[in-house]
Design a protein around this ligand. Structure first.
Ligand code: NAD
Length: 365
């Protein structure tokens, strides 16, 4: 571990084992604690610090308050064979979403396709993780995700919050590097505002919107007043995050709420109200190219086409055209070598959480 400009770097293995011990002390059995830690550190390794270990204090708080449960198993609500509706029962998202993805993968591998609707999952983290699971089994997958009980994002043309940050992900297995499209339908994920508020990467100046329509890159627009280290309340600020891509991104966010929220029965975005907790919904479609009878041609033509797309002359000569998933792969290669960078405030909040649970640190901040 070495000091960097505005924080520290921690080796991925050490960080993962520390987070696993924290999650264990917070009530998870070893396998679940390891899974959550692996998912969070995996997000950091891929450059998505917003969905990495910065979440640990919130997860521990939610477990303590009973907002999420350790050791959950998804409940089968409807089994239509080629489609299922599962209830996550507010289990830890990394547990119940992984179970849901595994079921979809197993059925699509047997039958060619499967649609899995999951509701009432704790925070599932990086949606691309589930696309990666499908890719590992040779499957294409599409994931619409929403966050019931969260309302952070203003629709195109509006200033009042109406959507969650509702991520969308598509995974395509290919020879060589797969394609993994995975983004929030907000201009930035809420976690990126969290990271910026903790002294990490600043937000673009037009990521947020004030109640009077002024654009802002200041995390206070979303969180209101907050201390340098400590919890952030995304319901406390006067403004909103903007939807990405004007009317098109705003429309995709609406469809995530429709499919992952309304169709699953978990509910769309909205004030937390009597729910007292947020929950992810996810509608996933798993497709097996082998069963379509086109796997060989698909691999050939999709690889050739993706390579042709990437060969477009760069607008900036020093910045080649990248395909979805490539920035994450590159960041992972360097972070595995150099360690995961954490702003001091993020590290301090994790260390405080560990100390509160009596977990000794195996790394020094
Ligand atoms: P982002 O804006 O960084 O976009 C990431 C996507 O864009 C990836 O597919 C990446 O490969 C691609 N990409 C990035 N730069 C590229 C380039 N130069 N050329 C080509 N492609 C490029 O992601 P985000 O919106 O900040 O989302 C971050 C994470 O937050 C995602 O993993 C998402 O699933 C997660 N998220 C989760 C929830 C939840 O409730 N669980 C909510 C919101 C977001």
């Amino acid at each position: 571990m070495a000091e960097v400009l505005d924080g520290i770097r921690i080796g991925a293995d050490a960080l993962e084992s520390f987070v696993a011990r924290i999650m264990g002390a917070a009530g998870c059995a070893e396998a679940e604690a390891t899974r959550v830690a692996n998912h969070l550190v995996g997000a950091n390794l891929r450059g998505h610090d917003s969905h990495g270990v910065v979440r640990v204090p919130r997860y521990v708080e939610w477990l303590g308050k009973g907002f999420v449960r350790a050791g959950a198993t998804v409940e089968m609500v409807t089994d239509g064979g080629s489609f299922v509706l599962l209830d996550g029962g507010f289990g830890l998202g990394q547990t119940v979403a992984q179970q849901a993805a595994q079921l979809g993968i197993t059925r699509a591998t047997e039958n060619g396709s499967c649609i899995v609707a999951l509701r009432n999952a704790g925070h599932i983290g990086r949606a691309g993780d589930y696309a990666e699971m499908a890719i590992a089994a040779g499957l294409v997958s599409v994931h619409f995700v929403n966050v019931a009980g969260s309302v952070l994002v203003a629709p195109f043309g509006g200033v009042d919050r109406r959507f969650s940050t509702a991520p969308f992900s598509v995974g395509v297995p290919l020879p060589g590097e797969p394609l993994i499209l995975d983004f929030a339908t907000s201009s930035v994920a809420e976690g990126k505002v969290l990271v910026a508020s903790n002294g990490g990467k600043p937000l673009p100046p037009d990521a947020l919107i004030e109640p009077d329509g002024r654009l802002s890159g200041d995390p206070h627009t979303l969180y209101g007043e907050y201390p340098p280290v400590g919890p952030r309340d995304p319901s406390a600020g006067p403004g909103a995050i903007r939807a990405f891509g004007d009317h098109k991104g705003s429309g995709l966010a609406l469809m995530c709420e429709m499919l992952a929220g309304c169709l699953t029965g978990g509910g769309p975005a909205g004030p937390i109200g009597e729910r007292a907790r947020i929950a992810n919904g996810m509608l996933s479609i798993y497709l097996s190219p082998k069963h379509f009878g086109t796997e060989e041609e698909f691999h050939r033509s999709a690889r050739a086409y993706a390579d042709w797309v990437a060969s477009s002359r760069p607008a900036e000569p020093s910045e080649p055209v990248l395909l979805p998933g490539q920035p994450e792969t590159r960041t992972m290669q360097s972070r595995l070598r150099e360690g995961v960078p954490l702003p001091h405030a993020v590290w301090q909040s994790i260390a405080d959480t560990a100390a509160g649970l009596g977990v000794a640190s195996n790394v020094r901040g």
